[in-house]
Design a protein around this ligand. Structure first.
Ligand SMILES: [Mg+2]
Length: 421
């Protein structure tokens, strides 16, 4: 959809009448595009995240070059934009960074702090849309399809508000790319960092990508890059001139992706489930335990914790692994693949008990753990699901009913007999 140009003020979120300055707050930061109201896919990247968090907590650092790094590997993890001007880059050895920027302040990474701030940032993403795909602590894709009904605001307006809120509350900045798919949104977010907001519409996407190197296409790593370059193809425009069948012949299935990407087409969905590889919980005992019933009780608590995370994230797990640490510190694991993916504590627990039964002769144990993996965003409709037997239906109904009551009255209100001592 192309039409009249829309202007949104990036400092007060007003729909501006003027494209040079906001008529309400006079800010010159105007986001303008004629497809602003029809694009749904965003890529958000926090600017120099770790360094920005450090600066937000210590105002004395604001105008100084800050490098977060050192640690075990002795390299730069993140550096602020002042240090970048001096030539400092991520992954550079610290000694080299010091040579380029002797006045830099070097801070050891505080991962738990960054994770805490990241959780706050992501909770803001999740308030806007349930379709958030985590790429890293400081980077995500957001799909705003269908969110207008909920917020009565276009994605662009929500994103402008989000950037302002994060700046105000956390003292860090983000860069936003808004487009029609993941490939273009990611290119857009890197276009005018820091504090950027770039829009790539349908009408200009070819112009935007044509001179870019093929390495900008997702999935083109160093070896594939070499292979493509052998045919004297370096830019996306070179690639676009190739016949689809030749690409498929040379690169198999990925040939079709290359053909698509060279036209700014990206068929990948935003997948909230893909960002997590596994969810696990474990307990180390004060004294070794051999008693099957005692271990079962602990398994139930672990199954409930794992299930809670699955449900919160709206994901279903296909596989479960039981982990046991023996008396001699040796670790034993065993896994089971579910016929149907599940998020129910009862299913996880029942399966874990069977796995434990097979290993109980190895007791005593010093630790027991449960982990689930192989996630799906939706419950797959398998054949068995159509005729879900009445017992599993009952389990499902009961568990969701208990969850509802707990949500209302707190976790402690209902406890299964098996979790009580
Ligand atoms: Mg970043």
């Amino acid at each position: 959809m192309t039409g009249e140009e829309i202007f949104i003020c990036r400092d007060c979120t007003t729909y501006s009448r003027d494209k040079i300055k906001c008529h309400k707050c006079n800010s010159p930061r105007i986001l303008k595009h004629d497809e602003l109201l029809s694009l749904n896919i965003a890529h958000i990247d926090c600017d120099a995240f770790y360094a920005s968090v450090e600066k937000s907590l210590n105002p004395k650092l604001i105008n100084k070059p800050v490098i977060v790094g050192g640690g075990k590997r002795g390299v730069v993890t993140t550096c602020c934009y002042i240090a970048r001007i001096k030539g400092v880059k991520s992954a550079m050895p610290i000694f080299k960074a010091k040579r380029l920027c002797p006045e830099a302040i070097i801070i050891h990474p505080k991962m738990s702090l960054y994770k805490r701030i990241s959780n706050i940032v992501f909770s803001k993403f999740n308030q806007l849309t349930p379709l958030v795909e985590t790429i890293a602590f400081d980077e995500a894709y957001l799909d705003f399809s269908g969110t207008y009904q909920l917020h009565k605001k276009a994605p662009a307006e929500l994103l402008v508000g989000l950037a302002l809120e994060i700046e105000k509350q956390l003292g860090i900045t983000i860069s936003i790319g808004l487009s029609e798919n993941k490939f273009l949104a990611k290119l857009a977010s890197s276009f005018e960092k820091p504090r950027g907001f770039t829009v790539i519409g349908k009408s200009e996407k070819l112009e935007f990508i044509k001179d870019l190197h093929i390495k900008n296409i997702p999935g083109v790593g160093p070896s594939l890059k070499k292979k493509i370059e052998k045919n004297s193809i370096t830019t996306i425009d070179d690639l676009r001139k190739l016949d689809k069948n030749i690409l498929i012949k040379s690169f198999g299935n990925f040939g079709k992706t290359l053909w698509n990407m060279s036209r700014g087409i990206d068929e990948r969905n935003i997948n909230p489930a893909s960002s997590r590889k596994s969810i696990s919980k474990e307990t180390t005992f004060e004294y070794n335990i051999s008693d099957f019933n005692k271990l079962k009780k602990i398994l139930w608590l672990l199954a409930e914790e794992v299930s809670e995370i699955l449900k919160e994230n709206n994901i279903y797990s296909k596989s479960i692994t039981l982990k046991l640490k023996r008396n001699n510190f040796k670790i034993v694991t065993c896994s089971f693949t579910f016929l149907e993916p599940t998020c129910l504590a009862e299913n996880i627990y029942q399966t874990a008990v069977l796995l434990l039964k097979n290993k109980i002769e190895m007791a005593p144990f010093r630790l027991i753990g449960l982990s689930t993996s192989k996630f799906l965003a939706e419950k797959q409709q398998s054949f068995t699901n159509f005729k879900l037997d009445s017992k599993s239906q009952k389990i499902e109904k009961t568990e969701y009913a208990v969850d509802k009551i707990r949500l209302k009255f707190g976790k402690e209100i209902i406890k299964k007999g098996r979790s009580l001592n």
